[in-house]
Design a protein around this ligand. Structure first.
Ligand code: PMP
Length: 434
């Protein structure tokens, strides 16, 4: 079977809205490598968008999931619960930062977790307003799309949007937005658009994921914590992309030493099995009535079994430390490229194993090199690499290696990336955005 033939079949039956980054159809994947239907091997720097932190088909996950499916696959948590869900909630509430008693709910996708946070925050506060950040990403459902802070492709032509959602700038030193600027915008918003006493929640990613791997400075998160405390606003930290060891901590909020009121968890939680969670302070979590939260598939027994095993693997294989090690390895290599191409690479940054390289044009940080970013993505498969772009300005390549990736594979993949970039930049014509 050929990739091109499969892509042709897909294009006929899938709406273009559900696109795919590569016409590379997977046959199997193991740890940090993906093999396609044509027998090609790829080094995976995407992990299904930060999901397979413990690598593809980790043998322990395969074993527990197989066992679980053989005993039962679904009863619905809201009909007949099972011990694995209780144990998982116990472990997640223990792992969440801060000392307040916590409770959890399980849902199926990241967007659903964010939506439920908003429901819980509104129910708890009796307020209407939600504040999110420019460049933030929270999902593709009607509410989470409205909370997302980037128009194309996420919001374009999908309006009108739910009301009472406000956006303020995310601090981004590289692009000239200081913490003070962002804080000032929040206070201006309280004066101009919505009184702080009407705000149910402020939602922030500690490192913007789809937005470009920009980290919120810890003092900024601490200030947000104080503002929320002062005004009775629920602070929601969206850890969907940053969670489960990815950033060199179990949860990224730990860098700032803050305790979120509510946290979202998904992606890396279960090695690819669809489960997401809201974990938060017990008194806030208990605001909605019984039956007000949940769903048919939320907390699937198969996903709960996988998640418990993933937590064991993170601990046993010391993957939180490994995230920092991998981050250092990548940044070291990518900084070499930055030295070689100082007029084109504006920044190399990481928080643990959320690693990014940003492209500019003509030595101007403010002039995004989207064309080069697109060309890198387009060429990646030819070089045996799976790469993802991101960024408010669509000019960032993000690296999300499995935390179980060996140094050898990481270096092999980075060699390929280097060859790819050399090939694109050492021609006579530098790629530029028109
Ligand atoms: N929040 C963040 C921070 C995310 O990175 C994502 C997914 N990229 C979502 C929410 C939405 O998750 P899902 O695609 O599972 O709905």
């Amino acid at each position: 079977m050929k990739n091109s033939a499969l892509q042709e079949r897909k294009n006929k039956v899938f709406a273009r809205g559900q696109g795919n980054a590569y016409p590379v159809y997977v046959e199997r994947a193991l740890n940090a490598e993906v093999f396609d239907v044509e027998g090609n091997r790829f080094i995976d720097f995407a992990t299904g968008i930060a999901v397979c932190n413990t690598g593809h088909s980790h043998p322990d996950v395969v074993e527990t999931v197989t066992k679980q499916v053989a005993s039962f696959s679904h009863t619905c948590l809201m009909v007949n619960p099972y011990e694995s869900a209780v144990t998982l909630a116990e472990r997640l509430t223990q792992l969440a930062p801060g000392n307040s008693p916590k409770k959890a709910i399980f849902v199926t996708t990241g967007a659903e977790a964010v939506e439920n946070c908003i429901k819980i925050a509104k129910c708890h506060t009796g307020r209407r307003g939600v504040i999110a950040f420019n460049g933030g990403f929270h999902g593709r459902t009607n509410l989470t799309m409205a909370m997302t802070g980037k128009i194309a492709p996420y919001k374009k032509d999908f309006g009108p949007f739910p009301s009472d959602i406000y956006h303020i700038p995310f601090p981004n030193e590289l692009h000239g937005i200081s913490e003070q600027d962002a804080m000032k915008s929040l206070h201006t918003l309280f004066k101009a658009s919505i009184d702080a006493s009407d705000v149910a929640a402020i939602v922030i990613e500690p490192v913007q994921g789809e937005g470009g791997f920009y980290a919120a400075p810890p003092p900024f998160l601490q200030q947000l914590r104080s503002v929320c405390d002062e005004h009775g606003i629920v602070l929601i930290v969206d850890e969907i992309q940053t969670g489960f060891g990815r950033t060199g901590k179990m949860f990224c909020s730990e860098y700032a030493g803050i305790e979120p009121d509510l946290m979202t968890m998904a992606k890396g939680i279960a090695g690819g099995f669809p489960i997401a969670a809201v974990v938060g302070k017990a008194d806030i979590m208990d605001a909605p009535l019984p039956g007000g939260l949940g769903g048919t598939y939320g907390g699937s027994p198969v996903a709960c079994a996988a998640a418990l095993t993933v937590l064991d693997i993170i601990e046993r294989e010391q993957l939180i430390d490994r995230a920092s090690e991998l981050g250092a390895l990548f940044v070291n290599r990518l900084n070499g490229l930055k030295k070689r191409y100082p007029n084109t690479i504006s920044d190399v940054r990481n928080t643990g194993a959320m690693i990014a390289i940003e492209f500019m044009q003509d030595s101007d940080v403010g002039h995004a090199n989207t064309a080069l970013t697109q060309a890198v993505i387009a060429k990646a498969a030819e070089h045996g690499l799976i790469l993802l772009s991101c960024g408010f300005y669509s000019n960032v390549i993000r690296f999300l290696p499995a935390l179980t990736m060996s140094d050898d594979i990481a270096n092999e993949g980075l060699d390929k990336f280097e060859q790819l970039l050399d090939g694109l930049l050492q021609g006579t014509q530098e790629l530029t955005t028109p």
